[in-house]
Every structure is written in structure tokens, then in C-alpha cells.
Design a protein around this ligand. Structure first.
Ligand code: DC
Length: 211
């Protein structure tokens, strides 16, 4: 039977890390909706234009089974992870016509089979009938610390205070926008990962999924 799991929460809460692992263990497809907003943002940045219906109309965004992201046929998996694209993604996500287009694509993807989809509005807007809804959170300090450690482990320059500032700004922008803001669905289960390991969060989601 087709099953749908929705995982929402603020930036850096660990949604994609745990969703990917859960999907692999369950044999479900993992859908990273943040990557789709990032792809729209990258398209704008590359074209030097602000987002409009034209730019988004025939956009081709594909996610494969290895979580690779393709924009108009070109792989952009790494390119969409820069701080510049993070900021721009939160900006384009404010527009109703962008959300409408991506929500349609996300629903089409979810119709293909069992999925675990992560984002900001999956439980509230995209898949309100999901079988299980998780709202994954952690303190801003912990989310910034994790992001800092991740960049360091990749040998990249990182400034903890700056990361914390950017996450706080993105939280504000994502939760205060008018259309489909970041919010916990009334029937979502709150999971605070501040003091949990990745494996503990995965185990809890699998338990809630009845596995
Ligand atoms: O999850 P992420 O950091 O990759 O998401 C990038 C931005 O995209 C985020 O700041 C808000 C937006 N987003 C959204 O508005 N709705 C979603 N379902 C997923 C992401």
C-alpha cells in the first residue's frame, strides 16, 4: 500500500539527513522540496532576472534516487547548496505562483509511490492527507553548530556567528511569509532533535511509521 510521510521544520533541523536514511530503510522515494526551491533560485541567479511566471513556466526540475538534482537537464546538486542560493531560495519561496508550480510537481511526484517528503509546508499544504507528519526542530544554536561542523568537515571556511545570523533570518522569513509559511500541522508530531543523535531521530520516525 502507498504510504506518505511528511517531514517539515526549520532550516538545519536535520530533515534531509534523517529523511534520506528513513527512505532508504523503508524502500520509499525521498523528495527534497527545498532542493526544488533552490533550483528555481539558481535559475534566477544564473539568468540575472527576478522570478516571474515566464522563468518558472517551463522549468524542468528532476530529483533522482541518489538525491541528485537536475535543473533544465543539467546536474546542479552542489551548485544549489551555496549560502547565496539559500538566501535566494527563501526569497523566491514567498511568491504564490512559484509555490503553486512546485506544489503541483511535488504532488505528481508523491502520486508515483510511497514517499518521504521534506520541506516547510508538506504537512500543511502539499500533502495534507499524509499518513504520518513530523515537525522536526532544534534550537537555533544547535542548528548553527551542526551546519558549522558540516562545513568544517568539508574543509570549507565557516563563521559560527554568521551562520547563526543567517539561520535566524531564514527562520523569520520562512515562518512569516503570507503564503504557506513554515508551520506545524495540527496533526503533526513534534520532534525536537536538539539532544538527539541522527540515529535516535531515525529510530523514532520509523517507530512512528509503525516499522
Ligand atoms: O530546506 P532548504 O533549506 O533546502 O530550503 C530552502 C528554502 O526553500 C527555505 O528557506 C524555504 C524554502 N522552502 C519552502 O518554502 N517550502 C518548502 N516546502 C521547502 C523549502
Amino acid at each position: 500500500m502507498k504510504k506518505i510521510i511528511a517531514v517539515d521544520g526549520p532550516a538545519g533541523a536535520g530533515k534531509s539527513t534523517v529523511s534520506k536514511i528513513c527512505a532508504a530503510r523503508l524502500g520509499y522515494t525521498y523528495i527534497d522540496t527545498g532542493a526544488m526551491y533552490r533550483a528555481v533560485a539558481l535559475k534566477c541567479l544564473l539568468s540575472g532576472k527576478s522570478v516571474d511566471e515566464n522563468l518558472i513556466g517551463d522549468i524542468d526540475i528532476r530529483l533522482d534516487n541518489s538525491a541528485r538534482v537536475f535543473l533544465d537537464g543539467r546536474e546542479v546538486t552542489k551548485e544549489i547548496r551555496t549560502p547565496e542560493v539559500s538566501r535566494a531560495a527563501s526569497d523566491v519561496a514567498k511568491f504564490g505562483f512559484v509555490r503553486k508550480k512546485l506544489t503541483e510537481l511535488q504532488r505528481e511526484m508523491a502520486a508515483q509511490g510511497s514517499v518521504i517528503m521534506d520541506g516547510r509546508d508538506i504537512g500543511t499544504q502539499v500533502l495534507p492527507n499524509a499518513d504520518l507528519k513530523i515537525f522536526l526542530t532544534a534550537t537555533v544554536e544547535e542548528r548553527a553548530r551542526r551546519r558549522f561542523a558540516e562545513l568544517k568537515s568539508k574543509g570549507l571556511a565557516a563563521d559560527l556567528a554568521q551562520i547563526e545570523k543567517e539561520i535566524t533570518l531564514r527562520d523569520k522569513q520562512d515562518s512569516e511569509r503570507e503564503i504557506a509559511p513554515l508551520a506545524q500541522a495540527v496533526d503533526a508530531i513534534l520532534l525536537d532533535s536538539t539532544h538527539l543523535t541522527i540515529e535516535q531521530v531515525v529510530a523514532e520516525i520509523l517507530r512512528l511509521a509503525g516499522v
